[in-house]
Design a protein around this ligand. Structure first.
Ligand code: KG4
Ligand code: ZN
Length: 338
């Protein structure tokens, strides 16, 4: 499939991109972070309205950046699940309308499949099978990528997603939203060995632990108790050391699970995706463990880790070239498995 235009509006970025053969020829991302940060998190109704305000401008900008008109577009796609329903509807309705008006093939894309495909943008030669470690604001999953559209989820979080844990810990440290990048920056100035925090293991009925599932709610509570301890003793909270210890615990937990999973399933490549793939601690730990176990690890460039439409266009392109399309009656889903 030559040029595919895709729209991504599942949360707080209005993104439109055009991808041709795994080459990004335009990539527009309009972030709503400044609007939502005053509320300390994403407000769904505000997100939908913001998407409506900028979607047509973003589409025009994507075409302009690519120096294309609609004749040069061979397929149109949008994220259809999972995400905020009102937000998803803005992008999906725009894509369906454009596909109908310009008579182009249309495809709805699963957001997580987009995060997996972000790796193909920087590594076009990547081929399944490989293991995808998906770590975002809504998901923490280990996915066995068998082929285009053929996925098996091997591990998940039992409670908070990794990005959600970063955002919640940042909130309790009064650091603002989104927490991941702020904690990452502070962690680099702190001592990661300052506090020993629980990694959060998922127990099995036989008394053992689930090797691939994660749990971050206990870790978040441990950070809360630590902060309360300092406050009770009227001592300054050592934010940098807490950030560094927390980040190190999350990074080690994710690394351990991803490496065990890759080895058990005989997969030689771990392709990381989602906003938390931008985390410096995770990059460091996973890269060094992968070297130790002779595995290849791929991290997309930062701009393709967080939400963007290039990854959606890349996934759509693979599906459309295999003749997969979606009906124009396709709806959105707030929750949907891969
Ligand atoms: O993939 P993404 O943009 O949106 C979702 O699909 O959820 O991920 C957003 C999440 C947020 O929770 C944000 O705090 C986190 O990714 N994040 C990070 C970093 N950059 C973004 N977490 C840790 N370290 C970072 N550098
Ligand atoms: Zn995402």
């Amino acid at each position: 499939m030559a040029s595919v235009l895709a729209i991504e509006t599942s949360c707080d970025e209005t993104a439109v991109a055009i991808v041709n053969n795994r080459q990004v020829i335009s990539n527009i991302v309009t972030s709503q972070i400044p609007v939502h940060s005053q509320y300390g998190g994403v407000v769904p109704e505000v997100a939908s309205r913001q998407h409506l305000e900028v979607i047509n401008i973003a589409i025009a900008q994507a075409l302009e950046q690519a120096r294309l008109d609609w004749q040069g577009i061979d397929g149109i796609a949008a994220t259809c699940a999972p995400g905020l329903v009102g937000a998803l509807l803005v992008g999906l309705t725009a894509a369906k309308t454009l596909a109908m008006v310009h008579n182009k093939p249309f495809l709805g894309v699963h957001h997580l499949e987009g995060h997996i495909y972000a790796n193909y943008l920087s590594e076009p030669s990547l081929k399944p099978p490989f293991l995808s470690l998906l770590v975002s604001g809504g998901h923490t999953s280990l996915i066995y990528v068998k082929d285009c559209g053929v996925y098996e989820t091997l591990g998940e979080t039992r409670d908070d997603a990794a990005g959600e844990a970063f955002d919640k810990v940042a909130r309790l440290l009064k650091l603002g939203y989104p927490g991941g990048p702020i904690i990452d920056k502070l962690a680099q100035q702190g001592n990661s060995q300052a506090f020993s925090l629980p990694e959060g293991k998922v127990s099995l009925p036989n008394g053992g632990y689930h090797p691939y599932d994660a749990s971050f709610s206990g870790l978040k509570t441990a950070v809360l108790r630590l902060v309360q301890q300092f406050e009770k003793q009227e001592q300054p909270v050592p934010i940098k050391d807490i950030a560094a210890s927390f980040q190190d615990t999350v990074a080690r937990s994710l690394t351990k699970r991803a490496i065990a999973c890759a080895i058990d399933y005989g997969l030689h490549t771990i392709a990381v995706g989602g906003g938390v793939a931008a985390n410096s601690g995770l990059r460091k730990h996973l890269q060094s463990a992968a070297t130790e176990y002779n595995l290849r690890v791929l991290f997309p460039p930062l701009k393709y880790c967080t939400d963007n439409a290039a990854m959606i266009a890349c996934a759509a392109s693979d599906h459309l070239s295999r003749g997969h399309t979606s009906p124009l009656t396709l709806g959105v889903h707030s929750r949907l498995g891969l």
